[in-house]
Design a protein around this ligand. Sequence first.
Ligand SMILES: C[S@@+](CC[C@H](N)C(=O)[O-])C[C@H]1O[C@@H](n2cnc3c(N)ncnc32)[C@H](O)[C@@H]1O
Length: 324
Amino acid sequence: MATGWRPGSLTPAEVSDGDSYHRALYLDGDVDRPAGWHKDSVAHLLELAMPHIKQGSLVVDYGAGTGGSAIELLKLTDAANLSIELVLVDPLVSWFGKARELLGHRDDVHFVFSMFTNEEGKPRFHRLEEMLDGRKVDVIISSSTLHLVPTKALPDLGVQFAGSLAEGGVFVWDSGDVDSDMLPADASLLHDPYRAVREHLRDDSARQALLSEMGETDAHQAERRVDRIFPEPFSIDVMLDAFESAGFSSEISDHIVGFSNEDSERFILVPRLSEIAAPLIEGEERDRAVCSAITSVLAKMREAGTASESEYRSHWVYGYHTHD
Ligand SMILES: C[S@@+](CC[C@H](N)C(=O)[O-])C[C@H]1O[C@@H](n2cnc3c(N)ncnc32)[C@H](O)[C@@H]1O
């Protein structure tokens, strides 16, 4: 049995959110059938991490979500007969609750919930050193998460990672949503289509009618919340500066990962992500608006040469960092 955090009773909406994201990563929720984009994107990350994972290694998955990266890592360590201790860290109850459901039976997995409310009632993150209780880790992986961290928090996150690694430890991450001059003309960032869906729906008349019923301040706040779901991408230099200032050396590589039309529809219909169509009410109306928008966005991407008939090409960047 895993140790650490377990969710209290989840609402039906939270269960459905965790389940939908899991199904965006695994066809019909079957962990033996990863969606092509998930399998391919995380495989390159694990290629970088695996040579550093030995018998008894302590590994952190920072931003573990529903467990997608951890599941793929454990497939490799199990196949290699390596027994490791894997600490999963995440701040989102609905997705992390799903990870607990999927991996809670394993003795070698430990759950740490990273968010708390401070004395002023504001949400804050626990520091990694604190969450690890002073233990030093051999490998930190962070898959598809760092582009969600506010840029001003990155330098200190680098310090936390550096302070948590054992001597000779490595930190590896991937992201499909950072700007870099490596982006080929025939590819896009992972979340570009979903930002385009947001733009497509911005002036949607049903959405605007609901916003106008809300009062100006509430409507403004609701729109800001929606804009934060797929934040504007920042430059990889921001990340590299942050990690290098924490004493890391960096090696960067990249890969193109095909994201099929079916997978992108499943992805954007995850309740937490289809919120980009809010305040359209969750359910059929919102789903219809989102599906129609993603269809036309993908058609435009085909015209622009960043998608084929069956998929769009997402550009993923991989960071590999060592620390003296
Ligand atoms: C796209 S999921 C990736 C999950 C998993 N690593 C995978 O590959 O499937 C990103 C995760 O980052 C977490 N996250 C979002 N903002 C974060 C932040 N500022 N700091 C740490 N984690 C964050 C979310 O809760 C979410 O579970």
